[in-house]
Design a protein around this ligand. Sequence first.
Ligand code: HEC
Length: 238
Amino acid sequence: MKGGVLVRSIILVVGIYIFLKFVLPLVTAPLPASLIFLYLTLTLSGILIFATLSGESTEAFWGPIFRFLRGDGQEGAMKLARLAVLLLFPLLVGWQTYNSTAPSDQPPGENRTIHPAPPGEFVGLSNPFQPTPENIAYGKGRYFSLCFPCHGNFDGKGPAAKGFNPPPANFSDPTTIAMLQESYLFWRIKKGGVGLSIEGMPWKSAMPRWEHELSDEDIWKIIMGEYDGAHQKPRTWE
Ligand code: HEC
């Protein structure tokens, strides 16, 4: 049965691939592509070692491949298949190489620390105002006149939001103000994007620095309005 080893090897590799890629995810979490690649490489090494154990098995494994590539006594369809392989393979390698080396117009990915540590003078400040209905209403009023264009109805979808990257924070999202302390917001509103510390790179945030337009009192009240409007509570350490 010449060529049997080769055919069985291909069936084995394809079978293992299908099992890892499609069958296993039905019972567990899908495997990462790099792990599947590792398993297939191991399978292939096993097959190669097994196939080259003796001269006879080596010939049974490589023989069909070499005969196909040399074109020994090929007719019709086989001849075309060989031509296609000899033509397509270099093209494929060329295309791969081009794709991996050609410059792309996509901006490189950026690692931005979204919540860098605030400077020491802001740590542990607490809101000196009581969350009375008047204070909250006042804060919301200021919020809607100043912050709404970007942060919208506390959902980060203001009319101007689309123009900014990073996008304006969505305060209803549990990963923004809900996990921050009021002192942190006080720092971010007062100092804005330009006041971000070094991990906040690359400092492209459009968040304005409000310290010249707003008094501390206004900022504290806006913070109350913000939490109330977004239906969130500030993080505390109690
Ligand atoms: C020009 C658009 C713009 C305006 C106006 C604006 N912001 Fe922002 N804001 C942003 C952007 C963009 C971010 C996200 C990038 C960052 O964290 O600096 C942000 C982030 C924030 C954050 C940080 C949230 C977090 O999870 O770290 C707070 C708090 C905030 N804004 C409050 C306000 C308040 C209060 C006002 C009004 C007084 C306001 N912003 C007005 C654009 C804006």
